[in-house]
Ligand binder design. Sequence first.
Ligand code: AN7
Length: 344
Amino acid sequence: MTYQGLIHRYRQYLGLPAHTQNISLLEGDTPLIPMPRLSRQLGCELFVKFEGLNPTGSFKDRGMTAAISEAVGRGAETVICASTGNTAASAAAYAARAGLRSIVLIPEGKVAVGKLAGAIAYGAEVIQIRGSFDDALTLVVEITQKTPIALVNSINPFRIEGQKTAAFEICDDLGSAPDWLCLPVGNAGNITSYWAGFKQYQKGLPQVLGVQAAGAAPLVLGHPVEKPETVATAIRIGKPARGEQALDAARESNGMIIAVPDEKILAAQKILAEEGVWVEPASAAGLAGLLAESATGKFEAKGKRIVIVCTGHGMKDPAIITESFISPKVIPANYGSLIEVIAS
Ligand code: AN7
């Protein structure tokens, strides 16, 4: 049977109310890509769960199909979210699909161009906040308490229900859970969802390595970060809404939450691209964390089956590449010049 999206495929596992409709863009069913070169280098079996191949280019579509399907089913007319970008684009797309009005609040000047463009293209009303993601989240919580506007951030429990499906897919593909799951942690909805999903699916449990950027690492520091800063703008979050659950996932799974500096995140982004998988900076944090931990010897990758969750596509944030590259050579349009430049 042709694929009909996540709610259709996994409905029996998702705690969604009876009034839930099915607003889908055929999200999910993303590939688990083997990484032979990295596997050889680390002596493990390494896979990338490439969530950048969802309809709007990030994993957020898994939770959004659920949140919007529930919201429209209960009669919501307007949805709102705070976002570092990917949630905004996803909310805008699913709201458009459902015929709802969408409003997205983003931190001024800190959203990657592919995400902002997506939110605009899908017809969201985009509002910039002079403040951080955390400030924007506080505002959307307040407005959804005082008005009928529906909240579609991952505080919304149906977002978590939808995002559990990524864990189900990994178990379905591998036959069981991997030994380790490595992923970026921002507002901590995704790590919460994976852990809930693995526990529910009963195909084994991975140890979970959650990775924050060093400049935005409240879960590692043990306190909120007032002014989070990182090149990985997706996870530029100082006060994760589901921080406690992220710490629980790490503890219960005998895993950990660590921080890596921006240079290591960008280095990991390059390593992935060199093996043919271009992800946005935040999405490389899982690999950066894995490499950092194996280098310290605290983490033994050898012989393990490891899944790196790459949460968003590289095309979301093209500027991070184009701002640092040397402009391609320009040559006259003739064969002689071409041969000359290739041979040099
Ligand atoms: C590519 O879009 O918070 O720990 O507002 O875009 O579940 O927050 C994005 C988060 C990782 C972190 N990778 O996930 C938003 C937003 C990418 C992301 C995360 C985000 P959570």
